[in-house]
Design a protein around this ligand. Structure first.
Ligand SMILES: Cc1cc2nc3c(=O)[nH]c(=O)nc-3n(C[C@H](O)[C@H](O)[C@H](O)COP(=O)(O)OP(=O)(O)OC[C@H]3O[C@@H](n4cnc5c(N)ncnc54)[C@H](O)[C@@H]3O)c2cc1C
Length: 382
């Protein structure tokens, strides 16, 4: 079969590889001048530091097959994500843990004492938290909320935490031990040669042809036996019902000699600092040595027509529009919508790869049985 993959990110590359290995002829197009989508990394021309151009990416997963899959294409080095935050003129460790609590309140509490202490701070008059703000006040109290959640959330989402649903914040977003590993997953690491190298290796197959700087148009669909589309769902329909809301990011690059902040990611919790965080990319490759350093200040704002969509908003209004686009997509034959943009969801890389592997396998089953592959293998509404 002749298959078209729109997008050379992890979604397009992984589906393309699975189908190429099954003997299909695969074409992958991407409108950008490079593969790897938003996971694109390249060496900074001035400092030679491996840089994550669309924002910091740390690989973490519990999925053994996915972990072995990425390692097969390029080696990983151990890496543990430890984030710091600057707020109220001090630096603390994130996620909020026993060290953060003890430093913030100037105490030396053991876990049970800290748990009791935080419970005493919680606003127990809130029975059924409906908003992000109520959730935070209910479980951690006003001081931690003001210092660690309020300003950051306001900057990240562009609205007050009282306008966001409680579901965005975990019921108890603090740890009562000194574990400052951001993730709980079994496998965590950083690709030694960057993410672009992994995607290039995945796409390196005799049955795959890659065309960069190539935008897909719907008129191409009949030329292929099937199309997997990892572009924006609303973009496929030329935004005819309106635009699904996203947050976009602006990155302000700067360089310095030596070590700028001593860690890879420093958040800024206060609203008075306009950026959400600064990432210093040489700390993502701690096995390398660099005298010079490249950093990025990250600003979040509403996504305009010509901006890169990063985080889907998925509040009530967006979900209503999403339902309508899903209905339209379900009427399209010969196209399956995949990936973070095609299904309008935030997806970590490991989930993206898992879904791509499963989608490709489902397609192979469908073709064997003579069945039509559905428009969505994973519903955007789930
Ligand atoms: C700021 C940020 C930080 C992140 N950090 C992490 C992290 O630390 N760990 C983690 O696991 N995940 C992280 N992610 C998630 C990760 O970026 C995604 O899982 C991954 O990019 C999804 O891959 P994809 O192929 O679905 O989409 P993309 O990577 O977006 O690829 C889609 C591709 O399709 C192309 N395209 C779109 N429309 C068209 C068209 N009409 N014609 C041709 N080409 C088109 C685009 O140019 C793009 O290259 C982060 C995401 C963001 C936004």
């Amino acid at each position: 079969m002749n298959i078209l993959l729109v997008g050379a990110g992890f979604s397009g590359a992984v589906i393309g590889r699975e189908l190429a290995e099954a003997g299909h002829s695969v074409k992958v197009v991407d409108s950008r001048p490079h593969v790897a989508g938003n996971c694109f990394t390249e060496r900074d021309s001035e400092t030679n530091v491996m840089s994550h151009i669309y924002g910091p990416h740390i690989f973490h997963t519990d999925d053994k097959e996915v972990w072995e899959y990425v390692n097969k294409y390029s080696p990983f080095k151990p890496y543990v994500n430890r984030v710091k935050t600057t707020t109220q003129s001090r630096v603390y460790s994130l996620p909020i843990n026993l060290h953060t609590i003890n430093q913030f309140f100037g105490k030396a509490m053991r876990p049970d004492e800290a748990r009791e202490f935080i419970e005493s701070k919680a606003d127990v008059s809130i029975d059924d938290p409906k908003t992000f703000e109520e959730q935070a006040l209910r479980f951690v109290g006003g001081e931690l909320y003001e210092a660690f959640f309020k300003g950051y959330t306001q900057k990240q989402w562009g609205c007050h935490p009282s306008e966001l649903p409680a579901s965005i914040l975990k019921r108890l977003p603090v740890r009562f031990n000194y574990n400052d590993n951001y993730f709980f997953h079994r496998y965590q690491g950083m690709p030694e040669h960057g993410y672009t190298k992994i995607v290039e290796s995945i796409l390196d197959h005799k049955n795959i042809k890659v065309s960069l700087n190539t935008s897909f148009t719907k008129s191409e669909v009949p030329e292929f036996d099937h199309v997997f589309y990892s572009g924006a769902l609303d973009g496929y329909f030329d935004y005819e019902l309106g635009r699904l809301g996203y947050r976009t990011l602006d990155f302000e690059r700067f360089t310095c000699t030596g070590d700028y902040q001593g860690c890879a990611v420093m958040n800024y919790g206060e609203e008075s600092v306009p950026y959400t965080r600064i990432s210093e990319h040489k700390h993502f490759s701690p096995w390398e040595e660099h005298k010079e350093s490249v950093c990025y200040r990250e600003y979040s704002r509403a996504c305009g027509e010509n901006d890169i969509p990063y985080y889907p908003i998925r509040l009530v209004e967006e979900k209503e529009l999403l339902v309508k686009y899903v209905e339209l997509a379900e009427m399209v034959d010969g196209v399956t919508f995949v990936g973070r943009l095609g299904t309008y969801r935030y997806l970590d890389m490991d989930v993206t790869i898992r879904e791509a592997l499963d989608t490709a396998r489902e397609f192979l089953v469908c073709t064997q049985k003579g069945k039509q592959m559905p428009s969505f293998f994973v519903s955007p509404l789930g």
